[in-house]
Design a protein around this ligand. Sequence first.
Ligand SMILES: [Zn+2]
Length: 568
Amino acid sequence: MDTLLTQLEKIEVGDPNNIIRLKNNINNKSNANCSSSINPNLLNDLVKRAQTFFSLSLFRKCLQCSETVLDIIPSDIGVGLDLENVRLRGVDIKGKALLGLGEYEECLIFLGRESKILKNLGLKLPPPMSPVYTRHLQHWKYLMERGKVLQRQKIRGEIDMGAFIPNKKVRLEVDSVVEYESEAVEIGAVIPGKGRGVVARQDIAKGTIILTTRAFEIIFDTDDEDDDLENAIAQRMRLDSKLIPTVYQLHAGKEMGCLFASYITNSENHHKSKNNDNNDGTTMKIDLKRIEKICTMNSFGNSKNSSGYGHNSRGLWVRASFFNHDCIAFNAMWKVLGDFLFVRTTKDVKKGEEVLISYTDSAEPYEEREKFFQAHDFSCACRLCQYQEKEDVKMRGRRLEIVKKLVEIDEKDRKTISADDLEKDIAFGEKCLSELESMIGSRPEWNFSTHVALDLLTKLYLQKGDVAKYKETAVKYYIVVNCSGMTKAEIDKCELEDVADRGPCLEVGAAGQVCAVFMKSGDYVGAQKWIKILRQDLALMYGKGSDILKKLYPQLYAQAVKNGLSLD
Ligand SMILES: [Zn+2]
């Protein structure tokens, strides 16, 4: 990014006097004359500047630059001139900037008009059509086709998250993914006693995408919070002052509070003030302390999963920052793919209800969750936290101690373990499980870390080759991690399909592990059942998009096909 920024600073053609002079030159002279009196390098630099803004995802600034170029150079400047080439490149970049801004309809109108003009110019010349013209026309046609698809997705909210698997460490292309905000929710709604949040304007069905949004800024390959996210955000605000209020509308903790709470933001790029406040924030100073605090409160962190899938990254998504948290009663899930964050409902949400997500892994012990909340300058008062806060401190401490020991065993290099040691580990895991179960108390619907023991035991039984035990434990594990909020009676009598159907599930991939073993043991009836559950779970997270099972579980998928299992 540094080299791009250095480049950007070198290009100094943005001086308004320069632009007015250039424009007058063109208007006062015939085309032939003006082409000899204008230095095309200056305008060429302006196009380069637009391209640089584009590569920094500063689409609004990019649009501004490209529009200046198109404003100065008329479309009939003269065939084959350098200035005409500069203009055509200006059209390219303006089209892409509009896609980046999510202005799909405007993009279609603009490129449609430019295509018509260029075709007419081409037809005035003796055939064949100039290859330069043909190349630009083809490119614009492609952009318009993509614009149409994205516009349709924006209207219908039909977004195929599966298209972005595998989840790579890249910024997704502007023509590949839609900036979308469902009209079924009000983002930034005032919630009495809670500040701002997200509220359903109408009934929303489970599995509905309500937000897809590009990161304001994202840092890939980060393992801790000492990365440069804050500086990168400040840099963007410096380059485009319109972004200052966009960031400053976010909460910066109890002491600093929040500026521009009254902003009604339709998207990150357009904001209007409710009151006619003259101070629109664009001249405010860039305060790194405030930005740091905003990141502490609002950034989303991602980590690779245990099998190395995904990416370690941390980013700020302004619109997603308005969702409030609940450890147990969340009814939506968020997922980062590339630099986009997707939010979809995991339960039916009634009109007027708040849409809640979980910021952290709700299956973590109370102490771990508390640590996370404190680090983010926030506290949770959900049912689970309230209950656990009142639990016997000694018992909570003992539970945490057991979890730590189980994790230690889990992290051992298991390839070198002798059969005797394996037996010892299994015996220890079983003892831990029964002790954890004895501490569940009066609220059996919450798993209170029993899943950690179950998870370890499934792995150990698998290593031992005890398929019967493995299956039993794996199924139990699946139920425990997916049943939060159900009563013991409900859990006992429900069928597996009901568990999968309930949501929110705490671990989407759990069914995949179970399925793999049923397959391995040759139990295809069982495997068939678990394939169905896995696909239901994946649909909850990713929607019913293209080939998700095949992409995320290629081996399982191949085995299912080979053994004639149904994938419908
Ligand atoms: Zn909580």
